[in-house]
Write a protein that binds this ligand. Structure first.
Ligand code: R5P
Length: 313
């Protein structure tokens, strides 16, 4: 066991999740001031001694991502200069992850840039959940613990589904869908998705059989609903019964809420990696907490124990 004290800090993006993690760990959120100067610059003051300690800071880089990243960088700088022994960034939602390759000329790879900036700001380790692509782990030259929400969703869905089938919204979600199908002991199907622009996608084909089955569509992110909603329509046209969705990060931006209301989806389950305002409350949306998974992983990192065994099937 690490002799250093485990200290948990939070940024302003998701204090409710940080509090839930602290409760699971049987600890308190350590005291820090995170606010702004009058011109909008981020102002941070760590109010507790962190010298030599094992520090974890919870911050999702969700909307507004630039502010949340900046807060995180500046808080880490303060922790580093206060001689924290080790700094682990617990980033349930890793913003800017979708730009993870040069798929057009003259575009950035923002996921790599953010990984570099996190390391420069002082991160010794990063812990995150359901990255947009597994390879993003390799963008970090520090340890990156990649966790999954799959067990949380499967525990919720397995009792309510009859004759289930797992559906990947696109080729990128196939690996994730495998994980669900293995745990639900069922077949999977894949939507052939073509993206039109950042708000719209077209489901052009369905590979696999969904007829007479309860479908669960899985993905890492729901942003505008431009992927999920056409997918649910196509599955319905192919004879699926109930249509559920298990999507880890509820970005829920732009026309998402309206699209979900009008869709054929019976229930969309997201996790609390991103804090949701009351404008995102909806009878079709259920939020499951990821706090127990994060707390267990933090405990294990602190004790230098295995994380992967958390996800054994
Ligand atoms: C794309 O590759 C992602 O996995 C998601 O399918 C996508 O980001 C969802 O965005 P939207 O809801 O706007 O289609």
């Amino acid at each position: 066991m690490d002799q250093r004290k485990l200290m948990l800090f939070t940024g302003s993006s998701n204090p409710a999740l940080a509090a839930a993690i602290a409760k699971e760990l049987g600890t308190n959120i350590a005291d820090a001031y995170i606010g702004n100067f009058s011109d909008g610059e981020t102002r941070v003051k760590i109010n507790e001694d962190v010298r030599g300690e094992d520090v974890f800071i919870v911050q999702s880089t969700s909307t507004p991502p630039n502010q949340h990243y900046m807060e995180l960088f500046i808080t880490m700088d303060a922790l580093k200069r206060a001689s924290a022994g080790r700094i682990t960034v617990v980033m349930p939602y890793f913003g800017y992850a979708r730009q993870d390759r040069k798929d057009q000329p003259r575009v950035p790879i923002s996921a790599k840039l953010m990984a570099n900036l996190l390391t420069s700001a002082g991160a010794d380790r990063v812990m995150t959940i359901d990255l947009h692509a597994h390879q993003i782990q390799g963008f970090f030259d520090i340890p990156c613990d990649h966790l999954y929400a799959v067990n949380v969703f499967v525990d919720y869905f397995k009792a309510k589904m009859n004759n289930p089938v797992v559906v990947a919204t696109d080729a990128g979600a196939v690996k994730m869908a495998h994980g669900y199908a293995k745990r639900l002991n069922c077949e999977m199907a894949v939507i052939d998705k073509r993206r039109v622009d950042d708000k719209n996608a077209v489901a052009t084909n369905l590979l696999g059989d969904v007829e007479g089955k309860d479908a669960i569509i899985v993905d890492d992110i729901i942003a505008t609903g431009g992927s999920l909603v056409p997918a649910s329509k196509m599955i319905k046209e192919h004879g699926a019964n109930k249509i559920y969705a298990a999507i880890t990060h509820g970005v829920l931006s732009g026309p998402a809420m309206e699209r979900i209301s009008e869709s054929l989806i019976d229930e969309l389950c997201i996790t609390d990696t991103i804090a949701q305002g009351t404008d995102k409350e909806h009878k079709k949306i259920k939020v499951l907490s990821i706090a127990p998974v994060l707390a267990e992983a933090i405990k294990r990192v602190h004790a230098a124990e295995s994380i992967s065994s958390l996800f054994n099937v």
